[in-house]
Ligand binder design. Sequence first.
Ligand SMILES: Nc1ncnc2c1ncn2[C@@H]1O[C@H](COP(=O)(O)OP(=O)(O)OP(=O)(O)O)[C@@H](O)[C@H]1O
Length: 864
Amino acid sequence: MSTRSALTDKTNTTSKDRRALLAEWKNKAKSGEGSGSSLLASKRGRGLSALGGAARVTGGPVRPTTSGGDTNKRQKTTQAWATSRSTTSARTKFASTTRETSFQIKEDENVEPRSKTIKFAEEPETEDSGDAAPKTGGRSALKGSLKYTSSRPSTARARMTGDNAGEADSVSNGAVERALKRRQEAPVQQAPQPEVEEDLGFDLEEDLDEVEASGLKSRLRAMQKKLVSLEQEKVGLSMAKAPLEARLRQNEDAWNKEKLRFQTEIGALKGNIKEADEKFRNLEHLKSTVEEENSRLNLENRKANSSVAQSAPADNTAWSKQLSNDKEIVELKEKIDAFKEEIQGLKLDKISLESDNSATNMEYRSLSAKYAELQAESGDIEAAKASANEAQIQLDVLTREHIATSAQLNAVASDLAATRSTAEAELKKQTEEWTKKEKELRFENSVLRTRGGNFEEGDLVRPDDVEDEAVLRARIEERDSTIEELKEQLIKGEQQRRKMHNRIQELRGNIRVFVRTRPFLPGDGDNHDSAVDVSPDGQSLQIFDKTGKADNNFQFDKTFAPSAMQENVFEEVSEFVQSALDGFHVCLFSYGQTGSGKTHTMQGSGNGQMRGIIPRAVEQILEQVNVLGQQKWKYSISASFLEIYCENLKDLLVNMGDGVPAGGKAPKLDIKRDADGKSYVNNLAGVKICNTDKAEGMAQLEAVMAAAAKTRSVAKTDMNAQSSRSHSVFMLHIHGQNEEDGTIISGALNLCDLAGSERLDRSGATGQQLKETQAINKSLSCLGDVFSSLASGSSHVPYRNSKLTYLLQDCLSGDGKALMFVNLSPTVQSSHESLCSLRFAKRVSQVELGKPTKHVTYKMGGKK
Ligand SMILES: Nc1ncnc2c1ncn2[C@@H]1O[C@H](COP(=O)(O)OP(=O)(O)OP(=O)(O)O)[C@@H](O)[C@H]1O
């Protein structure tokens, strides 16, 4: 058995086996059963024989020994034994009689070499005869006590397990051999007899456990080592991962590029398919032409053949013709074949392109579905935007209404306060007068009492006095009723006077001018000293400059104080509005600086008290139409709304009018003149207003105003146009016909909110705003020029100089009635602009236009 195999065999032996064997062996040794050698022999294969079985057997030779002084034989036997021992484990212990042998076990290169001393205690060998006396220099005998010392014994032992154990064993065996050799070379001594003893001299079981533990430890160490190497491997792998990831990214990029390329290719392929289709169709066509030609030639050929056959055999012309025909046919056939091949190729191309195309189509369909989803989403967003816009418009209206209401309330409150203080002063005056009178009476009374003796106070009232009192009461009542009558007369007189005034104005053809001062607003600052003082007579006012000096007194047809309500203002214009129903072309326009209350006057805000002239005028007309309807009048009413921004006309009802598609491009508006020389705007939308049902008519008007506000707000963002930067004109066209007498009237109401007049230096406008301001100022100065020409009676009135004057020409030329509102801001800072506005208004009020025309057509013909 080789050393390695023996060691392997040995390590395979389990500790259990070994312990069992050991116990068996001990028992046998104790009982003297069998010879130690035989047991040794039987256990040798399991590596235990060397463990001193020979040395421990009581009463029997442990190993073959030589008897007596037969040195040679003994030497031989020892040698043979030693040789056999070289194949056993390093645990073999030798008993040596006289000396200690030490040698080194070389461990693997990672472990520092250390010295391990194995001490062989040499003792005199017992003679076979059983002589117990020790013999020096005799045969060496294994005592069975092997001392194994080492600074790291466990390590050394660990090396002896598994494969390492084999190596270590061979090393130790080599050392053992060398020791034996030295012994053999040493002078032959009397071999000592094995000691017969009960006690074996060492704990074999403990040794075995130690070896076993060292085995486990060594395995643990190996595992730790492996763990370290695995950790290193892990680090290595994670380092290797980074470039792999980079490569992955590269691959992804490349894939994306490739995808793009494919998409482009698909596009190109689609084009190719189209081209191929076209080509294919052309070729098919060509093919059919060629085939037709071919059949025609064949026919000709046949004819030629038959004619050749019929004619003389040597007809050269026919023959040559036949030949050329044949040649042509062959050529054509070749051509057809080539075409067929080409068609085949194209068909294949087509198939492959079609398959590509179907893939592209699939992709296209999925993209289309996505696109549809996105479009639906975008639709939702647009709807949300539109509703947000509408909400914003409503909010603006409510804000305006709120501001106007609170400003109005403030004005009324201050008016009330003024009235109260006047009343209080009056009361105080009266009280003082009464107290004075009472004192006088008391004095008179006391004088009378003194004169007439001791009358009681009640005695002062005499019967004639009672009579006097009744008369007085009657007189007072009479006076009161006279006062009432006079008051009524005064009112009637005032009405009469107003009517007369209006009549005179009408006859003179004057443009009437009303001036309205707005109340202070939250943004006007803390100084609420008004620059405008409106007289209670309702016709005159005074304006103060910045130093508080009264500048000028002005008188107009009507002046409104800041506390004047919308209702009061409308009362004053209602008659004017009414005349539109009678067939007049009426124009009301508001003029004034930005923020002075033009829009508030014309349009107002909300649906209640703050409504302006436009809704109130329409309401009144609808009411009147209803009344006139009972008198066989039939009306048709329509509304238009336009604005003039930087000299361009814009239809504010573009999305509502007849025939104008919602969201479509609005047609260009132009001011034209009809056959009668009357101006109109072509392409302007007209929205019908129901005049049989007032509520419905008002709802339609509301829709018109909302649509106009919407268009204006869009324009505001698109063109930066604000309400004050454009003139807006609301038009109400009224057509009425009397069903009884056939009379037709055609009136118009133009309610015009002019852009705010602004001084360039104060506005500080630049860019687009400067352009706007210049355009506004130009058109307002054109308006001023028109009035100046009219006032001076000039033969030429420059109506055409601006869109505004051209549009309002009819109303400003004496054909219609015109009323101008001049709106003023009460602030001192605006006093200069207010003064300019008032001077302009004064000029306008002096214009005499002549008697206005009533647009009425009577049945019997003729206009009036
Ligand atoms: N008589 C009034 N009573 C209460 N509030 C008023 C009155 N006049 C104007 N206001 C308020 O003053 C503000 C400015 O008025 P408005 O917009 O009518 O001025 P405007 O002259 O039309 O300005 P712009 O030229 O800028 O269009 C608004 O908030 C309006 O409600």
